[in-house]
Design a protein around this ligand. Structure first.
Ligand SMILES: [Fe+2]
Length: 400
C-alpha cells in the first residue's frame, strides 16, 4: 500500500464549523488591508454576508465588491470582464462567496490580477507563472470542492468547449466551511452539488495509472493511499448525510458533514484525477446545458456497472463503509450490493435515469457519442479500459 512513489499537494488552510463566520472579521483584519468581495449574485442578500460587511466596516477596512452573475457557468469572456474590473480596484485580497462557478471565477481573477493578459492565455495546466493575490473561498453549495481544488472550469464560447485554468497557484489560500452559507441553497442546487461530490469520490477512488503525460504538476493521475484515505472519509460522510438534503435540509451538523465530505472529495480529486462520468458532463454541459453535478451522477453508476462487469472490484472497500466488513460475501457480491445501495441513494436524491428530461431523445445519440471524442485522457484513468469510441455503452441506457 505504501510502496509506490507518489506526490500529494494540499495548500489550503481550512476554517470549519457551524457559525465560524463570526470569527472571520478579526482574522481578515489581521491578514489584509483592502479586500474585494466577489459575491455570487444569488446569495448576495444572505445574513452572514451582511454581517461580514458591517463588521469589516466597523474595523475600518476599506472594501470593494463585485457581484458575479449566477445564472450561467462562466466563460472566458466573462472572466476577462470581471478581471478587468478587479484590476482597477487595487485590492490586496479576495473574499469569494458563492457556488462552485463563482469560486472558480474568483480563483482565476486572483491570478489574473498579478499575471498580465487574458484568461485564455492561461488555459490548460500549469500555465500560471506567478501567485495570485490571497484568496479566501466560502462555498454556498457543498459539492464542487472548488474551495480546495487547483482547478477552475471555463467555457471557450468560440470553440464551444470547456477547458479550464488548472495547476499551480490556482488554489484558495483559505477555505471556510460553514453551513450558515449553504443552508439556504435551493434543494435542486444543493442536490446537484452533493451528487457532484459523490461522483468525485467514486471516480478519484478508482483512478488508475494513466499513461505518462507531460503535463507535470497538476496531472498526477493516479490514486494513492493518501488520496484514497480522503476519498474513503468523503464517501462515508457523503453516503450517510446526503439524504439530509431531502429529509432534514436545515440540520446544520449534517450539512457541515456534507461540506467536509465535498472538501475531502475535492482533495482526492485534484490529487488523483477524475474519471469517465465527470468528463462526460463537460461536453453535455456545453452542448445541452445539463448541470455538471447531476450529469456526472447520471453516468457514474453506469461506469461503476461497466467496471464491475469488467472484473474490477475495488468498490468493495467503499461498501465496507456502508455495511461494515462483510466477510461472508465475495468481493463481487459486495460490489453488486454496493451498486444497489448507491442506486437507492441516487433514487432518494432523484438523480434522473433518462436524458429525456433534458429534451434529449434517440435522435441525439450519435451526436452525444461524437462530442465525447477528445475525452480519452479521462477515460484512460478508468480501471477497466474503455475506448472513447465505445462510449455508446455508457450512454445507451439513458437514451429512450
Ligand atoms: Fe465535478
Amino acid at each position: 500500500m505504501y510502496s509506490s512513489n507518489f506526490r500529494f499537494f494540499l495548500q489550503t488552510e481550512l476554517i470549519c464549523g457551524v457559525g465560524v463566520y463570526k470569527d472571520l472579521p478579526d482574522l481578515l483584519k489581521s491578514i489584509c488591508n483592502r479586500p474585494l468581495f466577489l459575491i455570487d449574485e444569488n446569495v448576495a442578500q444572505i445574513e452572514p454576508i451582511g454581517f461580514l460587511k458591517s463588521e469589516l466596516a466597523k474595523k475600518g477596512l476599506d472594501t470593494e465588491e463585485i457581484l458575479l452573475r449566477g445564472t450561467e457557468e462562466p466563460d472566458y469572456d466573462y472572466l476577462d470582464n470581471v478581471s478587468d474590473q478587479a484590476r482597477n480596484l487595487s485590492c490586496d485580497f479576495i473574499l469569494a462567496i458563492g457556488g462552485g462557478s463563482a469560486l472558480d471565477l474568483a480563483k482565476a481573477v486572483a491570478v489574473l490580477i498579478t499575471n498580465t493578459g487574458s484568461g485564455l492565455d492561461y488555459r490548460g495546466f500549469d500555465q500560471v507563472k506567478k501567485p495570485g493575490i490571497t484568496l479566501m473561498a466560502i462555498p454556498t453549495t457543498a459539492g464542487t470542492g472548488s474551495e480546495v481544488t487547483i482547478n477552475a472550469v471555463f467555457t471557450n464560447k468560440q470553440e464551444n468547449k470547456k477547458l479550464g485554468i488548472n495547476g499551480a497557484y490556482m488554489n484558495a489560500r483559505y477555505a471556510v466551511l460553514d453551513p450558515s452559507f449553504t443552508c439556504l441553497a435551493p434543494q435542486k442546487v444543493a442536490v446537484s452539488a452533493g451528487v457532484d461530490a459523490m461522483v468525485h469520490v467514486l471516480e478519484s477512488f478508482v483512478t488508475t495509472n494513466a499513461p505518462p503525460t507531460n503535463y507535470g504538476f497538476s496531472q498526477r493521475q493516479n490514486s494513492n493511499f493518501l488520496t484514497r484515505s480522503f476519498a474513503r472519509e468523503a464517501f462515508s460522510l457523503l453516503y450517510h448525510n446526503l439524504p439530509a438534503l431531502i429529509e432534514d435540509p436545515q440540520n446544520m451538523e449534517r450539512l457541515l458533514k456534507i461540506q467536509l465530505g465535498a472538501y475531502y472529495a475535492g482533495i482526492s480529486l485534484f490529487n488523483s484525477g477524475s474519471g469517465i462520468a465527470g468528463a462526460m458532463s463537460y461536453p453535455l454541459g456545453v452542448h445541452y446545458k445539463i448541470p455538471h453535478g447531476i450529469c456526472g451522477g447520471m453516468f457514474a453508476l453506469s461506469v461503476v456497472r461497466y467496471n464491475i462487469n469488467g472484473g474490477y472490484y475495488g468498490y468493495s472497500e467503499l461498501y465496507e463503509l456502508i455495511k461494515g466488513s462483510a466477510h461472508t460475501l465475495s468481493q463481487e457480491q459486495m460490489c453488486e450490493d454496493f451498486i444497489s445501495k448507491m442506486q437507492e441513494l441516487f433514487d432518494t436524491l432523484d438523480v434522473p435515469k433518462s436524458l429525456s428530461i433534458f429534451g434529449i431523445g434517440q435522435d441525439r445519440f450519435e451526436h452525444i457519442c461524437e462530442i465525447m471524442q477528445g475525452m480519452q485522457g479521462a477515460f484512460d484513468q478508468n480501471p477497466v479500459p474503455l475506448k472513447v469510441e465505445d462510449v455508446g455503452a455508457i450512454i445507451r441506457p439513458f437514451i429512450n
